[in-house]
Design a protein around this ligand. Structure first.
Ligand code: SAM
Ligand code: SF4
Length: 340
Protein backbone atom coordinates (compact mmCIF):
# COMPACT_ATOMS: atom_id res chain seq x y z
CA UNK A 1 0.00 0.00 0.00
CA UNK A 2 2.57 2.74 -0.28
CA UNK A 3 2.44 5.84 -0.54
CA UNK A 4 5.74 7.14 0.64
CA UNK A 5 7.55 9.59 -1.57
CA UNK A 6 10.53 7.48 -2.56
CA UNK A 7 13.79 8.98 -1.49
CA UNK A 8 17.34 8.09 -2.42
CA UNK A 9 19.56 6.67 0.33
CA UNK A 10 20.48 9.38 2.78
CA UNK A 11 24.07 10.45 2.38
CA UNK A 12 24.40 13.15 5.07
CA UNK A 13 26.44 12.14 8.11
CA UNK A 14 24.14 10.72 10.77
CA UNK A 15 23.45 12.86 13.80
CA UNK A 16 22.71 10.61 16.74
CA UNK A 17 19.33 10.73 18.40
CA UNK A 18 20.37 12.45 21.63
CA UNK A 19 18.07 13.79 24.32
CA UNK A 20 18.69 16.68 26.68
CA UNK A 21 20.26 14.35 29.24
CA UNK A 22 22.83 13.13 26.74
CA UNK A 23 21.25 9.71 26.26
CA UNK A 24 21.87 8.40 22.74
CA UNK A 25 19.02 6.35 21.31
CA UNK A 26 20.17 3.46 19.16
CA UNK A 27 17.55 0.82 19.97
CA UNK A 28 14.11 0.83 18.37
CA UNK A 29 11.20 -1.38 19.42
CA UNK A 30 8.61 -1.82 16.70
CA UNK A 31 5.21 -3.26 17.52
CA UNK A 32 3.78 -5.15 14.55
CA UNK A 33 0.30 -5.70 15.99
CA UNK A 34 -1.58 -5.26 19.25
CA UNK A 35 -3.42 -8.57 18.77
CA UNK A 36 -2.50 -11.74 20.56
CA UNK A 37 -3.36 -15.43 20.66
CA UNK A 38 -2.81 -15.60 24.44
CA UNK A 39 -4.38 -13.60 27.26
CA UNK A 40 -1.70 -13.50 29.96
CA UNK A 41 -3.37 -12.35 33.16
CA UNK A 42 -0.71 -9.72 33.92
CA UNK A 43 -1.10 -8.26 30.42
CA UNK A 44 -4.70 -8.47 29.18
CA UNK A 45 -8.23 -9.13 30.40
CA UNK A 46 -9.89 -12.42 29.39
CA UNK A 47 -12.01 -10.55 26.89
CA UNK A 48 -13.32 -7.10 26.06
CA UNK A 49 -10.08 -5.48 24.94
CA UNK A 50 -10.58 -3.47 21.76
CA UNK A 51 -7.97 -3.95 19.03
CA UNK A 52 -6.57 -1.12 16.97
CA UNK A 53 -8.63 -0.42 13.85
CA UNK A 54 -7.07 -2.32 10.96
CA UNK A 55 -6.67 0.73 8.75
CA UNK A 56 -4.79 2.53 11.52
CA UNK A 57 -2.08 -0.17 11.59
CA UNK A 58 0.96 0.68 9.50
CA UNK A 59 1.48 -1.35 6.34
CA UNK A 60 4.81 -3.02 5.58
CA UNK A 61 6.00 -0.19 3.33
CA UNK A 62 5.25 2.31 6.08
CA UNK A 63 7.11 0.30 8.71
CA UNK A 64 10.10 -0.16 6.43
CA UNK A 65 10.20 3.54 5.61
CA UNK A 66 10.16 4.61 9.26
CA UNK A 67 12.82 2.09 10.21
CA UNK A 68 14.94 3.18 7.24
CA UNK A 69 14.75 6.79 8.43
CA UNK A 70 15.72 5.67 11.94
CA UNK A 71 18.70 3.73 10.65
CA UNK A 72 19.95 6.06 7.93
CA UNK A 73 19.39 9.37 9.66
CA UNK A 74 19.11 8.81 13.38
CA UNK A 75 21.75 6.21 14.09
CA UNK A 76 19.44 3.40 15.22
CA UNK A 77 21.43 0.17 15.18
CA UNK A 78 19.15 -2.47 16.66
CA UNK A 79 15.48 -3.16 16.09
CA UNK A 80 13.32 -5.50 18.13
CA UNK A 81 9.98 -6.58 16.69
CA UNK A 82 7.26 -7.09 19.25
CA UNK A 83 3.55 -6.66 19.91
CA UNK A 84 0.94 -7.98 20.85
CA UNK A 85 2.10 -11.15 19.24
CA UNK A 86 4.34 -10.18 16.30
CA UNK A 87 4.11 -13.60 14.64
CA UNK A 88 0.38 -13.00 14.11
CA UNK A 89 1.23 -10.35 11.57
CA UNK A 90 0.55 -11.55 8.07
CA UNK A 91 3.72 -11.66 5.98
CA UNK A 92 6.02 -11.25 8.97
CA UNK A 93 8.83 -13.25 7.35
CA UNK A 94 8.89 -10.96 4.33
CA UNK A 95 8.88 -7.89 6.56
CA UNK A 96 11.78 -9.31 8.60
CA UNK A 97 13.72 -9.77 5.36
CA UNK A 98 13.12 -6.16 4.30
CA UNK A 99 14.12 -4.79 7.70
CA UNK A 100 17.22 -6.98 7.92
CA UNK A 101 18.28 -5.62 4.52
CA UNK A 102 18.52 -2.17 6.12
CA UNK A 103 21.57 -3.45 8.01
CA UNK A 104 20.15 -3.41 11.53
CA UNK A 105 20.58 -6.06 14.16
CA UNK A 106 17.15 -7.57 14.23
CA UNK A 107 15.51 -9.45 17.10
CA UNK A 108 12.01 -10.52 18.05
CA UNK A 109 9.99 -10.94 21.24
CA UNK A 110 7.28 -13.57 20.94
CA UNK A 111 5.10 -15.85 23.02
CA UNK A 112 6.62 -18.64 20.93
CA UNK A 113 3.37 -20.08 19.65
CA UNK A 114 4.05 -19.46 15.97
CA UNK A 115 7.79 -20.14 16.15
CA UNK A 116 7.78 -23.84 15.32
CA UNK A 117 6.58 -23.09 11.80
CA UNK A 118 8.47 -19.82 11.26
CA UNK A 119 11.82 -20.01 13.09
CA UNK A 120 13.85 -21.36 10.17
CA UNK A 121 12.31 -18.90 7.70
CA UNK A 122 12.85 -16.01 10.11
CA UNK A 123 16.50 -16.96 10.55
CA UNK A 124 16.90 -17.24 6.79
CA UNK A 125 15.28 -13.81 6.38
CA UNK A 126 17.87 -12.24 8.68
CA UNK A 127 16.51 -12.48 12.22
CA UNK A 128 19.39 -12.93 14.66
CA UNK A 129 17.97 -13.40 18.15
CA UNK A 130 14.70 -14.22 19.81
CA UNK A 131 13.11 -13.77 23.23
CA UNK A 132 10.33 -16.20 24.06
CA UNK A 133 7.95 -15.59 26.95
CA UNK A 134 7.34 -18.57 29.20
CA UNK A 135 6.17 -18.02 32.76
CA UNK A 136 5.65 -21.61 33.87
CA UNK A 137 6.64 -25.15 32.93
CA UNK A 138 3.36 -26.66 34.12
CA UNK A 139 0.63 -27.18 31.50
CA UNK A 140 -2.34 -26.50 33.78
CA UNK A 141 -0.73 -23.42 35.22
CA UNK A 142 0.17 -22.21 31.72
CA UNK A 143 -3.45 -22.63 30.66
CA UNK A 144 -4.65 -20.67 33.70
CA UNK A 145 -2.03 -17.95 33.35
CA UNK A 146 -2.42 -17.40 29.60
CA UNK A 147 -6.04 -18.56 29.41
CA UNK A 148 -5.05 -20.82 26.51
CA UNK A 149 -3.88 -24.45 26.56
CA UNK A 150 -0.83 -23.96 24.32
CA UNK A 151 2.30 -24.79 26.33
CA UNK A 152 3.37 -27.54 23.92
CA UNK A 153 3.43 -25.00 21.08
CA UNK A 154 5.78 -22.83 23.11
CA UNK A 155 8.13 -25.74 23.87
CA UNK A 156 8.10 -26.64 20.16
CA UNK A 157 8.77 -23.02 19.26
CA UNK A 158 11.74 -22.81 21.62
CA UNK A 159 13.25 -25.99 20.18
CA UNK A 160 12.70 -24.75 16.62
CA UNK A 161 14.35 -21.42 17.42
CA UNK A 162 17.44 -23.16 18.72
CA UNK A 163 17.53 -25.63 15.82
CA UNK A 164 17.25 -22.72 13.37
CA UNK A 165 20.36 -21.12 14.82
CA UNK A 166 18.72 -18.11 16.44
CA UNK A 167 21.28 -17.15 19.07
CA UNK A 168 20.78 -16.49 21.85
CA UNK A 169 17.33 -17.85 22.56
CA UNK A 170 16.22 -16.10 25.73
CA UNK A 171 13.24 -16.96 27.88
CA UNK A 172 11.37 -14.11 29.56
CA UNK A 173 9.25 -14.80 32.62
CA UNK A 174 7.20 -12.41 34.74
CA UNK A 175 6.93 -13.83 38.26
CA UNK A 176 3.65 -12.99 39.99
CA UNK A 177 3.09 -13.62 43.67
CA UNK A 178 0.96 -16.63 44.41
CA UNK A 179 0.98 -17.61 40.74
CA UNK A 180 4.40 -18.78 39.57
CA UNK A 181 7.10 -17.44 41.88
CA UNK A 182 7.75 -21.01 43.05
CA UNK A 183 9.05 -21.75 39.52
CA UNK A 184 11.91 -19.25 39.50
CA UNK A 185 14.51 -21.97 40.13
CA UNK A 186 12.84 -24.64 37.92
CA UNK A 187 12.67 -22.18 35.01
CA UNK A 188 16.40 -21.49 35.32
CA UNK A 189 17.15 -25.23 35.47
CA UNK A 190 15.00 -25.79 32.38
CA UNK A 191 16.67 -22.95 30.49
CA UNK A 192 20.20 -24.01 31.43
CA UNK A 193 19.45 -27.63 30.54
CA UNK A 194 18.27 -26.66 27.06
CA UNK A 195 20.80 -23.96 26.28
CA UNK A 196 18.38 -21.03 26.61
CA UNK A 197 19.12 -17.90 28.58
CA UNK A 198 16.69 -17.11 31.40
CA UNK A 199 15.51 -13.62 32.33
CA UNK A 200 12.97 -12.49 34.87
CA UNK A 201 10.98 -9.28 34.50
CA UNK A 202 9.32 -7.42 37.35
CA UNK A 203 5.65 -6.96 36.59
CA UNK A 204 4.78 -3.39 35.66
CA UNK A 205 1.59 -1.31 35.89
CA UNK A 206 0.94 -1.65 32.17
CA UNK A 207 -1.74 -4.36 32.06
CA UNK A 208 -4.75 -3.43 29.95
CA UNK A 209 -7.23 -3.99 32.77
CA UNK A 210 -5.43 -1.73 35.28
CA UNK A 211 -5.28 -4.44 37.95
CA UNK A 212 -1.53 -4.27 38.70
CA UNK A 213 -0.74 -4.30 42.41
CA UNK A 214 2.66 -3.55 43.82
CA UNK A 215 2.29 -6.31 46.39
CA UNK A 216 1.76 -8.92 43.68
CA UNK A 217 5.02 -7.93 41.97
CA UNK A 218 7.90 -10.25 42.77
CA UNK A 219 10.84 -7.89 43.17
CA UNK A 220 14.38 -8.34 41.89
CA UNK A 221 15.55 -8.82 45.48
CA UNK A 222 13.08 -11.65 45.98
CA UNK A 223 14.01 -13.26 42.66
CA UNK A 224 17.69 -13.13 43.58
CA UNK A 225 17.01 -14.51 47.06
CA UNK A 226 15.22 -17.52 45.58
CA UNK A 227 18.00 -18.06 43.03
CA UNK A 228 20.61 -17.70 45.78
CA UNK A 229 19.07 -20.61 47.68
CA UNK A 230 19.88 -22.94 44.79
CA UNK A 231 22.82 -21.39 42.88
CA UNK A 232 26.03 -19.51 43.58
CA UNK A 233 25.58 -16.33 41.60
CA UNK A 234 28.49 -14.25 40.33
CA UNK A 235 27.49 -10.69 39.33
CA UNK A 236 28.20 -9.91 35.67
CA UNK A 237 26.55 -6.48 35.65
CA UNK A 238 24.82 -4.96 32.70
CA UNK A 239 25.80 -5.09 29.02
CA UNK A 240 26.01 -1.45 27.94
CA UNK A 241 22.55 0.05 28.26
CA UNK A 242 20.75 -3.29 28.42
CA UNK A 243 17.89 -3.33 30.94
CA UNK A 244 18.86 -6.70 32.40
CA UNK A 245 21.35 -7.05 35.22
CA UNK A 246 23.05 -10.38 34.86
CA UNK A 247 24.52 -13.05 37.10
CA UNK A 248 26.55 -16.10 36.08
CA UNK A 249 25.88 -19.37 37.80
CA UNK A 250 29.25 -20.23 39.38
CA UNK A 251 31.07 -23.09 37.70
CA UNK A 252 29.03 -22.78 34.48
CA UNK A 253 28.74 -20.41 31.54
CA UNK A 254 25.00 -20.01 32.23
CA UNK A 255 23.78 -16.47 32.80
CA UNK A 256 20.53 -15.33 34.43
CA UNK A 257 19.14 -11.84 33.93
CA UNK A 258 16.74 -9.72 35.95
CA UNK A 259 14.93 -6.71 34.52
CA UNK A 260 13.89 -4.64 37.50
CA UNK A 261 12.12 -1.73 35.85
CA UNK A 262 10.19 -0.92 39.02
CA UNK A 263 12.57 -1.47 41.94
CA UNK A 264 15.87 -0.71 40.16
CA UNK A 265 14.95 1.64 37.31
CA UNK A 266 17.56 2.00 34.60
CA UNK A 267 16.17 5.17 32.99
CA UNK A 268 19.52 6.98 33.30
CA UNK A 269 20.99 4.74 30.60
CA UNK A 270 17.89 4.35 28.45
CA UNK A 271 18.68 4.13 24.74
CA UNK A 272 15.22 3.10 23.53
CA UNK A 273 12.50 4.53 21.45
CA UNK A 274 9.26 2.78 20.54
CA UNK A 275 7.02 2.74 17.52
CA UNK A 276 3.50 1.39 17.98
CA UNK A 277 1.70 -0.68 15.36
CA UNK A 278 -0.45 2.35 14.53
CA UNK A 279 2.53 4.58 13.91
CA UNK A 280 2.84 6.48 17.20
CA UNK A 281 6.31 7.25 18.44
CA UNK A 282 6.84 6.85 22.19
CA UNK A 283 9.98 8.13 23.88
CA UNK A 284 9.35 6.00 26.99
CA UNK A 285 7.48 2.80 27.83
CA UNK A 286 5.56 4.84 30.41
CA UNK A 287 5.07 7.96 28.26
CA UNK A 288 1.64 9.57 28.39
CA UNK A 289 2.20 11.46 25.15
CA UNK A 290 2.99 10.20 21.66
CA UNK A 291 4.08 11.67 18.33
CA UNK A 292 1.87 10.78 15.41
CA UNK A 293 4.22 9.60 12.67
CA UNK A 294 1.36 7.85 10.86
CA UNK A 295 -0.35 11.19 10.24
CA UNK A 296 2.90 12.54 8.82
CA UNK A 297 3.45 9.47 6.65
CA UNK A 298 -0.06 9.48 5.28
CA UNK A 299 -0.09 13.25 4.92
CA UNK A 300 2.80 13.07 2.45
CA UNK A 301 5.60 14.32 4.72
CA UNK A 302 9.10 13.91 3.34
CA UNK A 303 11.90 12.18 5.23
CA UNK A 304 13.28 15.48 6.59
CA UNK A 305 9.96 16.23 8.25
CA UNK A 306 9.68 12.77 9.76
CA UNK A 307 13.26 12.93 11.01
CA UNK A 308 12.50 16.28 12.63
CA UNK A 309 9.39 14.89 14.37
CA UNK A 310 11.46 12.01 15.68
CA UNK A 311 14.11 14.37 17.08
CA UNK A 312 11.44 16.58 18.67
CA UNK A 313 9.93 13.57 20.42
CA UNK A 314 13.28 12.54 21.88
CA UNK A 315 14.08 16.13 22.87
CA UNK A 316 10.95 16.03 25.02
CA UNK A 317 11.88 12.83 26.83
CA UNK A 318 11.81 13.06 30.61
CA UNK A 319 14.59 11.92 32.93
CA UNK A 320 12.78 8.73 33.92
CA UNK A 321 9.50 7.06 34.73
CA UNK A 322 7.52 7.95 37.81
CA UNK A 323 6.18 4.52 38.75
CA UNK A 324 7.51 4.90 42.28
CA UNK A 325 6.16 8.38 42.90
CA UNK A 326 2.76 9.37 44.22
CA UNK A 327 1.98 11.36 41.07
CA UNK A 328 2.43 8.42 38.71
CA UNK A 329 -0.06 8.39 35.86
CA UNK A 330 -0.43 5.17 33.89
CA UNK A 331 -0.20 5.52 30.14
CA UNK A 332 -3.53 5.00 28.39
CA UNK A 333 -2.02 2.36 26.15
CA UNK A 334 -1.41 -1.04 27.70
CA UNK A 335 1.83 -2.94 27.21
CA UNK A 336 0.24 -5.11 24.51
CA UNK A 337 -0.47 -2.05 22.34
CA UNK A 338 2.83 -0.31 23.11
CA UNK A 339 5.16 -3.19 22.40
CA UNK A 340 7.07 -4.57 25.37
N1 SAM B 1 3.51 -11.40 22.89
C1 SAM B 1 4.92 -11.33 22.98
C2 SAM B 1 5.41 -11.95 24.26
O1 SAM B 1 4.62 -12.23 25.14
O2 SAM B 1 6.63 -12.14 24.35
C3 SAM B 1 5.48 -9.94 22.82
C4 SAM B 1 4.76 -8.83 23.52
S1 SAM B 1 4.75 -8.90 25.29
C5 SAM B 1 3.89 -7.41 25.68
C6 SAM B 1 6.48 -8.55 25.63
C7 SAM B 1 6.95 -8.87 27.01
O3 SAM B 1 6.25 -8.06 27.93
C8 SAM B 1 6.70 -10.31 27.42
O4 SAM B 1 7.91 -10.85 27.92
C9 SAM B 1 5.68 -10.20 28.53
O5 SAM B 1 5.85 -11.20 29.50
C10 SAM B 1 5.97 -8.82 29.07
N2 SAM B 1 4.86 -8.21 29.78
C11 SAM B 1 3.56 -8.13 29.41
N3 SAM B 1 2.84 -7.46 30.33
C12 SAM B 1 3.70 -7.11 31.31
C13 SAM B 1 3.58 -6.41 32.54
N4 SAM B 1 2.41 -5.92 32.94
N5 SAM B 1 4.70 -6.23 33.28
C14 SAM B 1 5.88 -6.72 32.87
N6 SAM B 1 6.07 -7.38 31.72
C15 SAM B 1 4.99 -7.59 30.95
FE1 SF4 C 1 0.04 -11.78 24.48
FE2 SF4 C 1 2.57 -11.30 25.11
FE3 SF4 C 1 0.55 -10.02 26.40
FE4 SF4 C 1 0.90 -12.61 26.83
S1 SF4 C 1 2.37 -10.97 27.32
S2 SF4 C 1 -1.08 -11.60 26.38
S3 SF4 C 1 1.61 -13.31 24.89
S4 SF4 C 1 1.11 -9.80 24.28
Amino acid sequence: MNTAPHTAPHTEPRRPLVDRFGRVHTDLRVSLTDRCNLRCTYCMPAEGLDWLARDSVLGDDEVVRLVRIAVERLGVRSVRLTGGEPLLRRGVVGLVGRLAALGVELSLTTNGIGLARTAAQLREAGLRRVNVSLDTLRPERFAALTRRDRIDDVFAGLAAAKAAGLDPVKINAVPVRGVNEDEIVPLVEFAVGHGYRMRFIESMPLDAQGAWERDAMVTADEILARLGERFDLVPVGRHGNAPAEEWRIAGTQAVVGVIASVTRPFCGGCDRVRLTADGQLRNCLFATEESDLRALLRGGADDDRIEAAWRTSIAGKGPGHAVNSAGFVRPERPMSAIGG
